[in-house]
Design a protein around this ligand. Structure first.
Ligand code: IMP
Ligand code: MG
Length: 181
């Protein structure tokens, strides 16, 4: 049973589980014998990262970054990327783990910030890709699902910090954010 604020379940819990397993196999095959540092993007990626890291038959480390955009009005502002703690990233193979890519601005900014730390490689895995919304060129190495341009919540994704706990990805009802709920 979907939450009452969900218009439609887009990706079920079983579909996510199967795809995460498949992604882990693809990732493992491309990093054979390597030690990989997973870079989770807070907060949305926390559930995806937790599931992915447990499926990956690789030696891994986990670090987190937070990306915030500063800007006046609707103009896309400057992206501030904060790397939490003081992880050693130089010479490491980094895999950025993100919940969803939309315009692509966050992922591009995060990669740029990580490049300054002189890693050996940077690749990206995203669970959901709103391909048609892309505004900047950003290469995604591993993609879970290509999704339509709808507002999605669940499996880590939020609206005003709610709905992250839902075990599936659903389309949020308009009534849930237009104040009618
Ligand atoms: P981008 O910089 O435009 O690619 O935006 C990516 C970020 O926007 C993601 O990390 C999410 O935090 C957020 N985002 C984009 N689409 C959705 C959505 O449908 N639901 C929840 N968050 C979203
Ligand atoms: Mg995010």
């Amino acid at each position: 049973m979907a939450d009452r604020d969900i218009e439609r379940v887009l990706v079920t819990q079983d579909e996510i589980r199967a795809r995460v397993h498949g992604l882990a196999e693809e990732i493992a095959a491309s990093y054979t014998g390597k030690d990989v540092t997973l870079v989770g993007v807070l907060t949305g990626a926390f559930i995806f990262l937790a599931d992915l890291v447990r499926e990956l038959p690789l030696r891994t480390k986990v670090v987190f970054v937070r990306a915030r955009s500063y800007g006046a009005g609707s103009r896309p502002g400057e992206l501030l990327v904060e790397i939490l703690g003081r992880p050693e990233l130089s010479g490491r193979d980094l895999l950025v783990v993100e919940d969803i890519v939309d315009t692509g601005r966050s992922l591009v900014g995060i990669k740029k910030a990580l490049e300054k730390r002189a890693p050996r490689s940077i690749r990206t895995v995203v669970l959901l890709d709103k391909e048609e919304r892309r505004e900047v060129d950003c290469e995604v190495d591993f993609t879970g699902f290509v999704v339509p341009d709808e507002f999605l919540v669940g499996y880590g994704l939020d609206y005003a910090d709610r709905y992250r706990h839902l075990p599936y990805v659903g389309i949020l009802s308009r009534s849930a954010y237009s104040g009618e709920a």
